[in-house]
Design a protein around this ligand. Sequence first.
Ligand code: GUN
Ligand code: ZN
Length: 649
Amino acid sequence: MSGFETLERDGLARLGRFETPHGTVSTPALLPVVHPDRERQPIAPNEMRDRLGIGAVITSSYIVWRTPPLRSRAESEGIHGLIGFDGPVMTDSGAFQQHAYGSVEVGPEEILEFQGRIGSDVATVLDLFTEPETDRAEAEAALATTIDRARAARRARSGLLAVPVQGGLHDELRVRSAAEASEIGDVLAVGGVVPLMEQYRFVELARILAAVRPMLSPGSAVHLFGTGHPMTFAFAALFGVDLFDSSAYHKFARRGTLMFPEGSVPIEEIRDPICRCALCAEAPLTEVARRPPPERERRIAFHNLLQSVEEIGRVRRAIRDGALWELAERRATAHPALRAGLAEARARPEVFLPTEPESRRSFREVVAESRERPAVVRFRDRAAAFAAFRPAAGPIPRIALRPEYLRHVPMEDRKGRPLAWAAETPIGPVPLELCDLYPVGPYLGMEEFRTVPRHRSPSSVRALLEPAWGEVADLDRDWSEAWTERQVRALLEWQYGRTVAERLDPAVEGERSRRTGRLRTIRSDGEPLFHVGTDGVPRPTMRGGERLLTVLPPGRERLVVDEDAAPFVSAGRSLFARFVVGADPGLVPDRSVLLVDRADRLLAIGRLLLAPREISRVTRGVAARVTAHRGAAEPPEEETEPEGPSAPE
Ligand code: GUN
Ligand code: ZN
């Protein structure tokens, strides 16, 4: 099954969706924990939907099962009737009560069967909750039981199944648990972490997520049990968590605590009406503090849920904008424990790199550590390798790559020996030719506003540079054209390697934008082979793709398209993952790739949405969007995913 579809992404984080019998769940999604007893639920689920746009909820099938009046009502009206919600309802199994009370009286088969009987949209396997303190042997035995139960549950249930991932603090067990769950589950639910969240042990949480995430199937939704505080959403989303379940809005309300993405505030400490959310606007918080307990609890719960929903909205927007690291870093400033957790994430670039996009539109430095984001680590390593076999010259201050500036920067000394310049950038020295590329080109940090004035006249730039190269340089020469040539060559080399760049090189020439001075087009015989985006990345045209095919090694830079989909792709339709029969494993999301048929004929140029390792593991959704195409004799009409033999059931 596993019908999760990725629509947009930022690294591991995704905007996605999956279908349930009661409608689509759009992720990232907040699943508020709803008490199955309406008397004990401060906000009715339908009100959550109507006033806060909540699309799906989670409730405990175990509490229903063990409470006779709830149970008989659920058995006659279904879980949707019991809680009063007609959207997707996920049910939990009772493992959390095992954590809270030490044991549960229900068996795994019985609670699974019960979840089916009451019409749960996503049923959860009864896992064994492993505490962080549990030693390896015990955690391993518990995990074996959880896996056996999950396998049995899969055999017994045809509907959507959430499989918990346990293993305590033992990385190998977490890895094994994640791999097993991925074989079975539609929703992969990382569990056993509530004590870590409650104790602000975000470093250990980051370690668990780092161990687990690479193993999880990209075709399933990822759930993190108990991610209740909006402060933690961006952090969890960074690791690709799609579903957040939260009872915190209510738990915090019971003890009179207001949640904000920046942290929590006890209502007694409120002296000013600091929140204007829909409910706080009706009754200022200063007054709410004096209301009778049930009303107070309800109002705070509503406020807390609203704050959580809004933060999910910000996470979604950040994913669309490629700005999730920025948001996570801003949120981490709320608490040192969260900063430590994020530092742990940064220390594990290998977890993020396979799905780090080739480029993003912007890079904002939020804290000094922003310079250690995975994308920066990758760029710095590659730039160092790139510069290693070039003759060195001195560093030059960071300057915009305007032709009128470059005109003054010599490429040779007076004796005709080549000079290689590195620009001093916030992330270290970078070959001058590569300075338009992400993360350097769009980099916005404090330095821009502190040490270097943003706009300089060519003569002032020259005055700035002369001390570095005045003696060696031919100051009267105009170096613009030589720089354009050099930059074109460097970009092609950066993208495709030395050999390919050499073979492409003889005929190509670069063209700069008159307004910005940035390289805009790379041509051959007047025809564009590449368009250079505002992110500095050269992206092939169809003609460029044809040229690349003649010089690239077999398989490189390509997705191979099944014949059933070839006419659609040639006509400009998106390429769906299940029609990809081969992919260059070195590709990353957002890269422009050659879409070819099995005979290696170019059908189109595409922009990758999924990483190659994901493409082979999903059954639904787009692998690459077409940006240029060959054109077809008879354009297919369908815009929807064509049905094929491998269509998901
Ligand atoms: N709710 C909070 N943590 C857990 C967990 O580890 N397993 C299950 N099933 N539910 C939970
Ligand atoms: Zn409020």
